[in-house]
Design a binder for this molecule. Sequence first.
Ligand code: SF4
Ligand code: SF4
Ligand code: SF4
Length: 257
Amino acid sequence: MFLPPLSVIPQMAGEVNMCGTVCPRMFFIIPAKDIWAGFLNNMQSAWFGVTLVGLILLATLFFGRLWCSHLCPIGGATEVISKGIPKKLKLNFSFINSPAFRYGYFAVYIAGALIGIGSIACKFCSFRAIPFLFGFPFVPAYRTYLLTSMGLAGLLTIVVLGFMARGGRAYCNLLCPVGALDGIMNSISSRLGFARRIKTDSNKCNSCGRCINACMVWALRFDNAKKIKRDQLSCMSCRECEKVCPEGAITYGKAKG
Ligand code: SF4
Ligand code: SF4
Ligand code: SF4
């Protein structure tokens, strides 16, 4: 639903691609010299993307990760398309420790910029690959881009970590820098009384494991006592676990109380 407007936004901002004003990630790419001035300059040039990220983090502070679970057209597209892929062809990435991988890649993303190879992250950018994939029949520049090495790397990334992945969200869970920032906000603010989050009552849990199977970002696991534990750094507040729990052990509400 959001993909057509998404492909119009760059054009409204006078761009045919996602790499200028509207990019929600370019402002992280900090030059090695004059770091502070470079950062401010990046924020100014990508003002639309910076505003979007600010609003995403603000919404997460109060309500959990609504953007990632319900609004982001990029994560939504990979998730929806992955539902059409037969189960036996799906790739299961849940063996990966996602917080360690995600924040390791995030550190590389930031450090890469400081040593002058920041654009490496653009090779795996789903924010460009997905709109280009949907828009290529209409925009000749998108067709040309998708046949470059960068375009092919972006396509391969969304196919393997998106369309073919179990749950369709491995890209979100492992590589997306906006998701990485949002996960930090989700985890830190889950300790605040006013924040609303997905919660689990371990006293009601019967250890059936249905919620673990339903989670698209492998944010749930059993502890040593076989009670469910949630990782708020990865949880996207999608509420799928709440829907499948037979005991009503999972609810959405004030994080404290
Ligand atoms: S993690 Fe990134 S790509 Fe995935 S839904 Fe969130 S912002 Fe979109
Ligand atoms: S679905 Fe409910 S009862 Fe089953 S393991 Fe998860 S929290 Fe426990
Ligand atoms: S833990 Fe539940 S709410 Fe969080 S991402 Fe997994 S299924 Fe969605």
